[in-house]
Design a protein around this ligand. Structure first.
Ligand SMILES: Nc1ncnc2c1ncn2[C@@H]1O[C@H](COP(=O)(O)OP(=O)(O)OP(=O)(O)O)[C@@H](O)[C@H]1O
Length: 262
């Protein structure tokens, strides 16, 4: 249960640059920047989408916010605190649930893993895992192993495990990219329901414009790399749940699609 009030966890990104390997920090010539001069503030509790073409640096930016990789120049701060490394208040949900679940543990044991590491007492662990397993719609599947689950169910387990650790910020890197279209749609709806119930900040990476509009309160568009930056921000003031048959959704879809045609 998140104890921080909404707004306590604004993420402020200032003049952020990232280059990998040779050339980083070179004096005589400009380094090869993957990301260059990203400036962005994401409000606490916001559902923010990072949208951009493949290879533009969305995952790189998300990984820097996670603290998994370092920045080359600039600043990323969470509240007043500069992000230098991973922290418990930030959790990543990956595209491949298989890579993050332990195959030898049941659904419940996977969900309770982080709590066990934190030495949370058994009864409390059970109460927390019950809550999040139910929240992601997996009640009744507690004793199954990952290999007995569909791709969508595994992604739900990953989400329940992350939520059980109660991070204020969910970093989601194309979490539904590996799912079939129907499961993906169901998971998108579930995520919106869970976000509204838990009031987390969500930063969600996708290159799917429809997904971006169905989910985001705000969309940041990254330009084609290298030297990618956020070129445009779109507010999506539409109520949830959103539907692709809604003329307002279709309007926005046209606007953002034309942005990429330019
Ligand atoms: N560790 C690394 N070393 C060198 N280059 C890297 C490294 N990680 C990423 N890159 C490069 O940075 C660029 C951006 O990659 P990134 O994975 O962030 O893009 P993306 O927008 O998330 O792409 P996709 O949508 O295809 O997942 C790519 O050119 C990639 O090759």
């Amino acid at each position: 249960m998140t104890t921080q009030p909404a707004g306590a966890h604004a993420i402020r990104i200032e003049n952020l640059r990232k280059s990998f390997g040779a050339g980083a920090g070179a004096v005589s010539r400009e380094p090869h920047y993957i990301i260059k001069d990203v400036n962005l503030t994401i409000k606490g509790g916001e559902f923010f989408i990072l949208l951009g073409p493949s290879g533009c640096g969305k995952s790189t930016l998300l990984n820097m916010i996670a603290g998994f990789i370092g920045k080359t120049e600039g600043r990323i701060a969470l509240g007043e605190q500069e992000i230098e490394r991973p922290g418990r208040e930030r959790a990543m949900v990956f595209q491949q649930a298989d890579a993050s679940l332990f195959p030898w543990l049941t659904v419940r044991e996977n969900v309770e893993f982080g709590l066990r590491m934190k030495k949370v007492a058994k009864a409390e662990r059970r109460a927390i895992s019950d809550r999040y397993i139910a929240l992601v719609g997996l009640a009744g599947h507690e004793n199954k192993f990952p290999k007995e689950l569909s791709g969508g169910m595994k992604q739900r387990v990953q989400l329940a495990r992350v939520l059980a650790n109660d991070p204020a910020i969910l970093l989601m890197d194309e979490p539904f990219g590996a799912l079939d279209a129907m499961t993906r749609r169901t998971m998108q709806k579930e995520l919106i329901r869970i976000w509204r119930e838990t009031k987390k900040t969500v930063i969600f990476v996708t290159h799917d414009i429809q997904e971006a509009i169905l989910l985001g309160q705000r969309i940041g568009i990254m330009s084609v790399g290298p030297s990618s930056r956020i070129t445009d921000l779109y507010d999506i003031p539409l109520a949830y749940p959103r539907d692709l048959s809604d003329p307002n959704v279709l309007d926005l879809l046209g606007t953002i699609e034309s942005h990429f045609d330019e």
